[in-house]
Design a protein around this ligand. Structure first.
Ligand code: ZN
Length: 153
């Protein structure tokens, strides 16, 4: 990776950290999931509003975290809006593989701003910061709570 590309990636992360997208609570949300990274102290909650066709209509997050986890949450919420749950699972797998194992730049191109975070694999301690929102998202998807349903009770 050239120095220029690294700088570009850093800019993407700084921008998302400074102005996080979708930094709010969705209420009621159809899915919510929490993530906590004790190594860094990152604590985030992810909210989804999924329609009956299984498409994410809104995604948002709240919490406190370092620049990497905040940027990753911001980028993730932007990416998943308008996508099917199945597509999100594939995205998560691609990102996790990229961060943990490395990938070619061609494959990274499909990940958009997410590819900016792949640089963290050079800093193993920060990998958990980058993947944290995705684990919270997985938790939200797989423990579909139905905040909407529980309101009826
Ligand atoms: Zn962190």
């Amino acid at each position: 990776m050239s120095v220029d590309i690294k700088e570009l990636y850093q800019e993407v992360i700084l921008d998302h950290n400074k102005r996080p997208r979708n930094f709010r609570v969705i209420d009621p949300a159809t899915h919510t999931g929490k993530g906590f990274n004790p190594l860094c102290g990152d604590q985030i909650e992810v909210y989804l509003s999924v329609n009956s066709a299984g498409i994410v209509e809104a995604a948002a997050f709240q919490g406190e975290g370092c620049a990497i986890s905040t940027a990753s949450s911001s980028i993730m919420t932007e990416l998943v809006i308008g996508k099917q749950i199945g597509e999100i699972e594939a995205l998560f797998t691609a990102f996790e593989t990229a961060v943990k194992a490395g990938q070619t730049s061609d494959e990274l191109a499909h990940l958009g701003d997410l590819s900016a975070l792949v640089g963290v694999r050079e800093y193993p301690a920060r990998v958990k910061c980058a993947t944290l929102p995705w684990y919270a998202l997985q938790a939200a998807i797989h423990h579909a709570s139905g905040a909407v349903e529980s309101e009826k009770e």
